[in-house]
Design a protein around this ligand. Structure first.
Ligand SMILES: Nc1ncnc2c1ncn2[C@@H]1O[C@H](COP(=O)(O)OP(=O)(O)OP(=O)(O)O)[C@@H](O)[C@H]1O
Ligand SMILES: [Mg+2]
Length: 210
């Protein structure tokens, strides 16, 4: 049986989310749908501890708090305030609170190389992030989120800005990571059709969970 990673119990936040309860297990591929302003992004931010709930509880198991990856909505408009290259942005994936100056291991380098090939961004390595196209930026942010092998990956409309071919390669890659590494995927989208065949659960969040 798959291990439980997160349990949300009766969560309330401002007047945006009411009485949300759900469980997330290893290997889940969860789709979150709902109308604009329904609270999907807010819910992810609560799970990631970026926001604090007014009441209710989020329990974390299997030390999962340290193994969560996140691609925010509109990740590509994140202002990079210094002229960082793609390589520099990707290497920040390996910085942890405890080891700012940690050397990147051979295994980490190899895996990053593998991901960069998969997402076809190898040729962008030395380019400035700010000068990439929207879809190229999005692919860099996805590789960054995957680089340190999270056990759960939160994706907030990650397909935005990707062309059809990049979208389908992205979904195939996600499916492989989900199956091979048992990584749980929590995927907010307005285009369910794209991931339909891989989803294990779908939640609809419009202020409340349905
Ligand atoms: N920083 C903020 N401060 C105050 N209210 C906010 C903030 N961010 C979002 N909201 C409000 O919270 C509600 C839920 O927003 P949220 O971004 O979670 O929706 P969403 O379901 O992700 O929508 P979309 O599909 O458009 O991305 C909205 O009414 C929004 O106006
Ligand atoms: Mg949103």
């Amino acid at each position: 049986m798959n291990k439980k990673l997160i349990e949300v119990c009766d969560l309330n936040f401002e007047n945006i989310l009411s009485n949300i309860s759900l469980e997330i297990f290893e290997s889940d591929f969860i789709a979150i749908v709902g109308s604009n302003g329904g609270g999907k992004t807010t819910f992810l931010k609560l799970l990631l501890n970026i926001l604090k709930p007014n009441s209710g509880e989020i329990q974390y198991f299997e030390n999962i708090k340290n193994k969560m990856g996140y691609v925010p909505q509109n990740a590509t408009v994140v202002d990079v305030i210094f002229p960082a290259t793609v390589k520099e942005i990707l290497e920040t994936a390996f910085i942890t609170n405890s080891s700012i100056l940690k050397k990147i291991s051979k295994n980490e380098k190899d895996y990053l190389k593998f991901l960069m090939q998969n997402f076809e961004i190898t040729n962008l390595n030395s380019k400035l992030f700010a000068e990439l196209s929207g879809g190229q930026k999005q692919r860099v942010m996805i590789v960054k989120a995957l680089a340190n092998k999270p056990k759960i990956l939160f994706l907030d409309e990650p397909d935005m800005g990707l062309d059809k071919i990049s979208q389908s390669k992205f979904i195939d890659n996600l499916n492989r990571i989900n199956k091979e590494n048992k990584t749980s995927i929590v995927f907010i989208t307005h285009h369910l059709g794209m991931i339909e065949k891989y989803i294990t659960k779908t939640f609809c969040i419009n202020g409340i969970l349905k």
